[in-house]
Design a protein around this ligand. Structure first.
Ligand SMILES: Nc1ncnc2c1ncn2[C@@H]1O[C@H](COP(=O)(O)OP(=O)(O)OP(=O)(O)O)[C@@H](O)[C@H]1O
Ligand SMILES: [Mg+2]
Length: 326
């Protein structure tokens, strides 16, 4: 008999029903009509292998909805979903024991209690054996450098410390499959770095499958081997991360603010790299080796009030990707 794929989605359809309030002051008093919005329509996806998979796409693409469907928190309207050989909507104990889910924008720990109390609760829920619990907690809390914070009330932890503790909560029962929905959302660089390292460490050490969504390109480039791009509930790319990197990874965004409005013609020399020009602000997308030339050109020929160089934003990557793909 053929082995089940880790994730298999066939002909999935899912809509949300919500009420649209009239705009303006009327909206305060009227509920408005119910409206159905299709998020997925005949959607198919097959994921396999013990690896980190980066799930990316613009706001509203359906990433969180997909993870909720895959974990059985919400149900499909039509179609079939199989995860680790189970139907997620049945929420069987043996399925849930193998699954970890972290939502970056939700708190999974008791606010007024120290993280250790939430971990103890998870120990009971997942029936984790005492020695295994102690070993895992020590290992993970040292790795994420929160071992000195386990007895401090969650409300007193910084955002980065709290998120690292939440990560432990999602991994404590050593799940085979983990969904991390924006685990680095709004975090400082140090915490982001620690979380990325932990994701890579856990995947290798425990041979797990981890799906990560993020709006930070660096999260995906440093952790994932495979990338899935969703747009408007449709799968627009699935494949090796290298393909995405070869198209985008060696470029940087240069944003510049001129002292006064500037005409496109004056930037003729760098026209192919100019992606946006809006009065006195411009955005260029350039290969790394052109950064020095372009900044020299800008600083010599223009009066500049601000200039930033950074990695491409995920939204830019997706736009560029669409342009290049036939
Ligand atoms: N409970 C809900 N009721 C009605 N509409 C919803 C609900 N949850 C999500 N939506 C809508 O479904 C669409 C997909 O939302 P989803 O949260 O899956 O997007 P996403 O790809 O995770 O976006 P983001 O990058 O902003 O997190 C959006 O248009 C959103 O407004
Ligand atoms: Mg989301």
């Amino acid at each position: 008999m053929p082995k089940d794929k880790v994730i298999e989605v066939r002909h999935l359809s899912k809509s949300y029903t919500s009420r649209e309030r009239p705009s303006g002051i009327k909206g305060l008093f009227k509920w408005g009509k119910k409206k159905k919005k299709a998020i997925f329509n005949d959607f198919n996806l097959s994921l396999d292998g013990q690896q980190v998979i980066g799930l990316i796409g613009p706001n509203g693409a359906g990433k969180t909805t997909l993870l909720k469907l895959l974990s059985g928190i919400i149900y499909p309207d039509q179609g079939k979903i199989k995860v680790l050989g189970y139907r997620p909507q049945k929420r069987q104990k043996s399925f849930l024991r193998q699954l970890g889910f972290l939502m970056g924008n939700k708190s999974h720990l008791w606010w007024n209690l120290p993280p250790i109390d939430s971990f103890q609760m998870l120990k009971v829920i997942y029936q984790i054996e005492e020695n295994a619990f102690n070993d895992t907690l020590t290992k993970f809390s040292r790795f994420l450098e929160v071992d000195h914070l386990l007895f401090k009330p969650v409300r007193q932890l910084s955002l980065g410390e709290r998120m690292r503790c939440q990560l432990i909560a999602a991994f404590l029962h050593l799940p085979k499959l983990v969904f991390l929905d924006e685990p680095t959302l709004a975090l400082d660089i140090i915490s982001q770095e620690k979380i990325r390292k932990f994701i890579c460490y856990y995947q290798k050490e425990y041979q797990a499958t981890i799906i990560v969504t993020s709006h930070y390109l660096k999260d995906i480039l440093t952790t994932a081997q495979e990338v899935v791009i969703l747009n408007n509930g449709q799968l627009v790319f699935q494949g090796n991360k290298d393909k995405l990197v070869s198209l985008t990874g060696h470029q940087r965004e240069i944003k510049v603010e001129f002292f006064s409005p500037t005409k496109r013609g004056k930037l003729q020399e760098y026209q192919p790299y100019l992606k946006k020009l809006n009065d006195s602000q411009a955005m260029f997308l350039v290969p790394k080796e052109k950064i020095v030339d372009l900044t020299k050109f800008l600083t010599t020929h223009f009066s500049i009030t601000d200039l930033t160089i950074k990695e491409m934003e995920i939204e830019t990557v997706i736009k560029e990707f669409f342009k290049r793909e036939p």
